[in-house]
Each structure stands twice: as C-alpha cells, then as structure tokens.
Design a protein. Structure first.
Length: 253
C-alpha cells in the first residue's frame, strides 16, 4: 500500500543562538499510527535525491524528515543541498569540521520532536541514512531511542578524524546501540572505494560482539553511492533490492 502524502520545506528552531534548521518533511495525508523516520543525507546535503527519498519513505506510511545538519555554520543555501562538484566537496568537508557530537544529537532530537507534532505521528522512531547520512544514522543509534536504523554504505566508522568519528572512531560506541536495543540493517558495496572489506568486517564484528541485532547485505559488484539514480555509481538492481529490504525492515519498527 502506498500512502498519499503531503511534503513541505520547513524550519525548526533547534538551537538557541543559531539560525533555524532547514528540513524537508513528508507525511501520509491520512491519519494513522505513523512512526517518525529521520533521513540522513549524503555529503551533498538535502538534495532533490534526498527529498525524493523522504517522499518515498512517507509513502510507506511514515512521517519522514531530513534535517540540514550544516545549518549551524550559517552558510546560505545548505538547506537545499549542493551540486556534486570538486568545489562543493571541499566546502562540505569544511562544514563537517564544524560537527560536534552533542550538537548533532540535539539537532536530530529537535527534528524528531518537530515531526511528532503532526497528526498521526507515533512515538516510534527510526532512521535511514546514506554515506555520511549512514554514518550519522550509526551515531544516532548510539544516542537516540531508535527502534531501527538502516545505514547505506556508512563510512568513517573505524578511524578517527572525520565527521562524528572525533575524538575517537564512532564504532567504539557500538555497545551503546545494544543497550537501547536498536535493530540495524547495513548495506555495503563490494567495490566501495571509501569502505574497504577490512573496515566493513570490523564494523560487522563490532556489532556482533556488542550483541546488537543486525543484518548486513553486501552487493559484490556495486560501488559506493550506488543508490541514487542519475549518478555514475548507480546500480539499479542493488538499489531496488536494498529499497525493498529497507522498507520491510522499517515497517518492522
């Protein structure tokens, strides 16, 4: 069943002394018991690819929201995402340098709280994220009370120095996921130039050792960022199979 949805660009008063946080939200038009799903964007921010994913998640029966986590830098235009270019890659990594764990946690919680104001939103919460967004979804599982997390090709988990793997690798906090009981579904690409097999195996071993309920799917011939159409790494078969699995997993939340 696909729900008719309502989608809109919103602004959330998330942090005192900071500008409002832009976000894109979509929800079923009809009332019901709809869990909230955070959507974590790639390095490029809340692009149209991400906004479409928000709408697709909402059509499954969720209140979906993708926050612009770059907003604290006060730069113009980050709420609508950035085009993929070398210049914007440099810009995005500079924005990542401004990330702080407590602030990102507060921003994710603010997005959830805002989404729950809509009629039909339930208290159940999950997150799905892609690349950087998968990294943030993994982080969210260590801090928020999430029922389920779907992380697509989440990088920078086992080494320190990038995004939220500061001051220590984010994977070191994996036992915190087990304490909450969050279920994890992770998708990896076999030909990923960002996440090698050794890093992937380290992440999976850490989840198993900590007792986190998890599923892992590896697409042997896929590359990093295989999910979004219209970009060179896109792999239609892997993307469609992963989306079917992700939808079923989220519906179990």
């Amino acid at each position: 069943m696909a729900y008719e949805i309502v989608a809109e660009q919103i602004r959330i008063e998330a942090a005192a002394g900071a500008p409002p946080m832009g976000a894109y939200l979509a929800r079923p038009a009809e009332p019901g018991d709809h869990p909230v799903v955070l959507v974590g964007a790639e390095l490029w921010g809340v692009t149209e690819d991400v906004r479409k994913t928000v709408r697709d998640v909402a059509a499954l029966g969720f209140v979906a929201v993708a926050p612009d986590l770059y907003y604290r830098a006060g730069e113009e235009g980050t709420a609508a995402g950035m085009a993929q270019s070398p210049e914007n890659r440099t810009r995005a990594f500079a924005l990542l340098d401004g990330f702080a764990r407590d602030e990102v946690e507060a921003d994710l919680r603010a997005a959830v709280a805002h989404a729950r104001q809509y009629a039909g939103a339930s208290t159940r919460t999950a997150m799905i994220g892609f690349s950087l967004g998968g990294h943030i979804a993994y982080f969210a599982a260590t801090r928020l009370e999430l029922d389920a997390v779907v992380a697509y090709f989440p990088g920078w988990l086992t080494t320190s120095g990038t995004a939220l793997s500061r001051p220590a690798p984010l994977a070191e906090d994996t036992p915190a996921i087990a304490r909450v009981g969050t279920r994890m579904l992770l998708f990896f690409a076999g030909r990923d130039h960002v996440i090698g097999a050794a890093e992937r195996e380290e992440v999976v071993a850490g989840l198993a050792s900590a007792g986190v309920p998890h599923e892992v799917v590896v697409y042997p011939e896929a590359q990093h960022a295989f999910f979004f159409p219209g970009h060179p790494p896109y792999d239609k078969e892997s993307a469609e199979d992963s989306w079917r699995r992700a939808g079923a997993f989220l519906k179990g939340a």
